[in-house]
Ligand binder design. Structure first.
Ligand code: FAD
Length: 433
């Protein structure tokens, strides 16, 4: 890899899935691209369960064969376990749609992200690790370049016709411009670690991502079997509930685990393989996807919630869509906000369906298995959503029925509560007579 040049058509900030995808596609179109990441690759990262619909981006990036040769376990479905311990029928992707694109992987993010980063270099992007972006240079409201600091402390000023921000939760540009909006309804925290020797159910021909509520529904767990006999186990709940006034994250994790029989029994023979990690308040959006000479992709654009494992797919897809607008804009010498952000509205509309499903998941009444038992006609559409098919017209009115169903669960609960109260009062009265 040669030295960093003083000028590129496009500079991409951050070499996660979004940055590497954007860099590959813009370079493929024949433009000069610099991709930098502050870390040295490979570097670990949370977010190991993919959505099958990522397949099409992998295909475009030419990565399907390389991914098939890894030892990442194949993810064949998703299963929910409710707060009473009852397991839903698994949502097996290929039972619903037998094409290879209906399956994906549970990945080791260090290896996965490195693969994508190297792929960007193989497609002609100038890729540099251990190079931190310290600022984006603006002239009035136009991004015109970046300031970088490399591992030897050397500083670089690099001019760019387009700056792609893919810095993930760091949201470098959105934070600088004051357009990052935390989601006040999803102030969540997550505690997670890996275990060795946890239960692996491969009855569907591969592994499943499990989503398990703990009793009382104040937290939920992800259970993601990995290669090398590892399992990624994470606990998510309101940030205040998990992190305020409790002994320590380790103790909290143990207490929540004690409330989640489904995970506890799967970890009965397992031992922790690394240190517990903590993250908080990771859900936010940004006011606009692009401006003059700049565009946001992946988590730098926004992050919904970890529950449906949509983050990496959104990173790949937003980067693909944005990169096409960047390449086209560079070719036409139009790097306006309108050109670079053309993909935004359609993408946001797709993401909104996952956001609705997330809101439903966090309502006290939601039980996936029960909803599908009451509405079997939505099994297919729900499986499509879990696959990541969010950019196609609504095949069935799932959200209307879901809203109605949630409202009914709520009113049934209220009625049951007031009946119980009345019965107790009647019993008291009778006792007094
Ligand atoms: C608790 C939790 C669980 C999750 N689980 C899942 C899951 O199971 N499945 C899933 O699909 N998603 C999951 N996600 C989301 C997923 O991790 C992200 O959506 C995904 O990594 C986004 O990719 P990205 O490329 O946008 O950002 P990142 O992968 O975060 O990459 C950003 C890169 O930018 C670099 N960077 C940052 N600042 C600078 C700087 N100043 N200079 C240079 N480089 C910089 C970083 O080093 C990093 O490599 C989860 C998220 C959380 C919080």
């Amino acid at each position: 890899m040669g030295p960093i040049q003083p000028q590129y058509d496009c500079v991409v900030l951050g070499g996660g899935p979004a940055g590497s995808t954007a860099a590959t596609i813009v370079a493929q179109a024949g433009h000069s691209v610099l991709l930098v990441d502050r870390d040295s690759m490979p570097r670990p990262h949370v977010g190991e369960s993919l959505m099958p619909e990522s397949y099409w981006v992998f295909k475009r990036l030419g990565l399907l064969d390389a991914l098939a040769q890894t030892n990442f376990p194949r993810k064949v479905g998703v299963q929910f376990v409710n707060d009473t311990g009852r397991e839903s029928q698994p949502f097996f992707f290929r039972t619903h749609d037998p094409r290879p694109s209906s399956e994906t992987w549970h990945v080791d993010r260090a290896e996965f992200d490195h693969l994508l980063f190297k792929n960007a270099a193989a497609h002609g992007a100038d890729c540099h690790e251990a190079v931190r972006v310290t600022d984006v240079v603006m002239e009035r409201n136009r991004a015109v370049g970046v300031l970088l600091s490399d591992s030897s402390g050397e500083r670089h000023r690099v001019a760019a016709r387009v700056v792609v921000d893919a810095t993930g939760q760091q949201t470098l540009l959105a934070s600088k411009l004051g357009i990052r909006r935390p989601n006040p309804h999803l102030k969540k925290a997550a505690l997670w670690r890996h275990y060795r020797g946890g239960d692996r159910d491969e009855s569907g021909g591969g592994v499943k991502t499990l989503i398990l509520h703990s009793s009382g529904k104040r937290s939920w767990f992800w259970y993601i079997p990995q290669s090398d006999n590892l399992v990624s186990v994470g606990c998510v709940g309101d940030s205040d509930y998990l992190l305020k006034g409790r002994a320590s994250p380790e103790q909290t994790f143990a207490e929540e685990l004690a409330q989640c029989e489904g995970v506890r029994k799967r970890l009965a023979q397992a031992t922790p393989a690394d240190k517990l990690q903590v993250d908080r308040e990771f859900s936010y959006s940004t006011n606009q996807p692009a401006g003059e000479g700049w565009v946001l992709v992946g988590d730098a654009w926004g992050f919904v919630d970890p529950v449906y494992s949509s983050g990496v797919y959104f990173a790949l897809k937003s980067a693909e869509l944005a990169a096409d607008c960047v390449a086209e804009g560079l070719a036409r010498d139009d790097t306006s906000a309108a050109q670079l952000g053309k993909w935004g509205p359609g993408f946001s509309q797709g993401v909104a369906s996952i956001r609705k499903l997330v809101d439903a998941f966090y309502s006290k009444e939601f039980r996936v298995g029960q909803f599908i038992r009451d509405h079997p006609e939505h099994q297919g559409r729900l499986t499509d959503l879990l696959i990541g098919r969010i950019f196609q017209p609504e095949a069935s009115p799932i959200f209307e029925d879901l809203d109605r169903w949630l409202a009914k669960q709520k009113s049934d609960k209220r009625t049951a509560k007031s009946n119980n109260q009345r019965n107790r009062q009647d019993a008291k009265k009778e006792g007094g007579n």
